[in-house]
Design a protein around this ligand. Structure first.
Ligand SMILES: [Fe+2]
Ligand SMILES: [Fe+2]
Length: 364
């Protein structure tokens, strides 16, 4: 840095007292823009699925410390010592439950959401309610609610877990408690919340539920799909195509207050405009094929793949297939907005499209 011998000696002297010179580190602490720590990254579904199924032969949920999960690990964060993080704030795991198995009941201060990928006959129990999981469903496990999983069906059940655990770890706010029973007592009828609140804009007269957590625990695929199809009658969002956000019907806010769930549909040939935002995201391809350009690199995707979009990275999506492409994603947008840190910027050159400088080669 060109500091004098005398000043360097001073740095050493104050370091002995656990003190530091701000002039030496100010540009590392207060950068002009976010520094890339998490990297844009794509995981292929066949690679994940094969390993998840293999884990089913090697470990049970109980022996796995409550759950049998293979998680996405962002290589940029891993290299800096951050484990089990897909972006700086978001964790994504792929969980397997085999017929007859139980993932024991527990609760934690981390928020969790789930997106169901394959199988049926399994349930997630949340606060006394059994929620039966079907492909395409979005399920909430709000922070500090008791939850366990059980499988009454006959085929392997696979779903995506999304948690804010990297963020919670960063602020050292992790609390965890196992339930006294392996399975929490069921106190409500099956799919209780769907029966009471599933229509969304109606609630039973006299019901005093409002605010947190969302009274609706599962957002079923048929409703999500219908909403996306109905949106096609309108102009798409220039950056996200036809996209819907899962909301808490009691307050109109994000269904989980810390993790946003988004489902977006891109019609064949659709090419969205590029933008970037401080909020990061992890995408899962529900159907179709196409690519996403992130900071000038093209990430080709098809059904089942997972894609990490770090904070403040330029991105645009293209559907190259002949059917509608559907992307599910979780984001940390509610956190960034709550903290008043969210920023959004549009790419203005070349009709909103970035030049593609390289093509990402995923591990296969
Ligand atoms: Fe959990
Ligand atoms: Fe975006």
């Amino acid at each position: 840095m060109g500091w004098s011998e005398e000043l360097l000696a001073f740095h050493e002297e104050i370091a002995k007292y656990n003190l530091g010179p701000l002039w030496d580190v100010i540009h590392e602490i207060i950068t002009r823009e976010p520094v890339e720590t998490a990297v844009p990254y794509l995981w292929k579904w066949p690679v994940i699925r094969e390993r998840v199924m293999k884990s089913g032969q090697l470990i049970t949920p109980e022996r796995g410390g409550e759950r049998r999960v293979v998680f996405l690990e962002n290589p940029g964060l891993k290299a800096r010592g951050f484990r089990a993080a897909a972006t700086q704030t978001l964790y994504v795991g792929i969980q397997l439950l085999l017929p007859g198995e139980i993932a024991p009941s527990h609760r934690h201060s981390q928020s969790a959401v789930r997106f169901i990928i394959e199988g049926n006959g399994a349930y997630t129990a949340v606060d006394g309610e059994k929620i039966y999981m079907e492909r395409g469903d979005y399920i909430l496990t709000p922070a500090w609610t008791w939850h366990d999983h059980g499988h009454e069906g006959s085929e392997p059940m696979i779903w995506m877990d999304g948690l804010d655990s990297p963020f919670v770890q960063l602020i050292n706010a992790s609390f965890f408690e196992p339930h006294a029973e392996k399975r929490q007592p069921i106190t409500k009828p099956d799919n209780y919340s769907v029966k009471r609140y599933g229509v969304g804009m109606l609630r039973p007269l006299g019901d005093r539920h409002h605010g947190y957590p969302s009274p609706l625990a599962v957002y079923q695929w048929t409703h999500t799909w219908a909403a996306l199809q109905n949106l096609k009658a309108f102009d798409p969002d220039p950056f996200d195509g036809y996209a819907v956000q899962f909301i808490n019907p009691a307050n109109g806010q994000s269904a989980d207050p810390r993790i946003d769930g988004v489902m977006q549909l891109l019609t064949p040939g659709m090419h969205t405009r590029a933008h970037r935002h401080l909020s990061s995201a992890v995408y899962h391809v529900v159907q179709g094929s196409g690519y996403t350009v992130i900071n000038g690199t093209r990430f080709d995707w098809e059904k089942g793949d997972f894609l990490a979009l770090p904070a403040w990275a330029w991105h645009e999506h293209v559907n190259t297939g002949s059917e509608d492409a559907v992307l599910f994603s979780i984001t940390d947008t509610p956190l960034m907005e709550l903290l008043d840190l969210q920023r959004v910027q549009e790419w203005t050159e070349a009709d909103g499209h970035q030049p593609v400088k390289s093509v990402f080669e995923p591990l296969r």
